[in-house]
Design a protein around this ligand. Structure first.
Ligand SMILES: C[S@@+](CC[C@H](N)C(=O)[O-])C[C@H]1O[C@@H](n2cnc3c(N)ncnc32)[C@H](O)[C@@H]1O
Length: 194
């Protein structure tokens, strides 16, 4: 049973784990540029759901270039505060909009139909309601664009990941590939043109 599918409270990673997640050493296992480059192009507006301290947000901001932008959303204010500091240090703050959201709402309804690519990396299993989150993310996407989801294989079983994919399908997303990402279950999802 996935915690988030039942509507019960899921375990949220403590804020200090954000420092470990943002460590440059992690690149040896999960290289953000290699993972994101196939999907993120200059000029895009992209969404990073559960960004934590920005391990993926900053590389996304580089990939979208000066004409693009990234919206980074996280439940924990301390994660977002650290992300902002890192963005300023990297000179990328002008391309990154940060948002602190509520547990049950990503607060992204104003983005509906405006996002060219979304990432939900190691976050869905922490959410109280995966269906609601995937439905919100799907609405933000332009038709014909993609959402990449990845879940930690150590925390999420293959069966639970399959259940998440069923929910994604019910939200109108279609599987478009299974990129190999170490220590993860991952799927690329497509929002089809109606
Ligand atoms: C395991 S971390 C992964 C962070 C980042 N995606 C990465 O791979 O480095 C999960 C993040 O999701 C955030 N999170 C958990 N529940 C959330 C929710 N309901 N809405 C938004 N963010 C949430 C946590 O605060 C945490 O920063």
């Amino acid at each position: 049973m996935i915690a988030g599918a039942s509507g019960s409270a899921a375990h949220v990673c403590p804020w200090w784990v954000g420092y470990l997640l943002a460590s440059p050493l992690r690149r040896m296992i999960q290289n953000p540029d290699r993972i994101l480059r196939p999907y993120v192009q200059p000029g895009m507006r992209v969404l990073d759901v559960g960004s934590a301290m920005g391990f993926f947000t900053l590389p996304m901001a580089r990939l979208v270039g000066e004409q693009g932008s990234v919206v980074a959303v996280d439940l924990q204010e301390r994660m977002i505060r650290s992300l902002r500091r890192r963005a300023i240090k990297a000179g990328l703050e002008g391309r990154i909009e940060t948002r602190v959201c509520a547990s049950a709402s990503l607060g992204v309804d104003d983005l509906n139909g405006s996002i060219d690519f979304a990432l939900a990396f190691a976050v869905l299993h922490e959410m109280p309601d995966i269906r609601s989150a995937l439905s919100s993310i799907t609405r933000t996407l332009r038709t014909g664009t993609y959402l990449l989801i990845a879940e930690p294989a150590g925390h999420v079983s293959r069966e639970d990941f399959g259940r998440t994919l069923e929910i994604a399908s019910a939200c109108g997303l279609e599987p478009a590939g299974s990129p190999t990402i170490r220590r993860s279950h991952s799927t690329l999802l497509h929002k089809p043109v109606p």
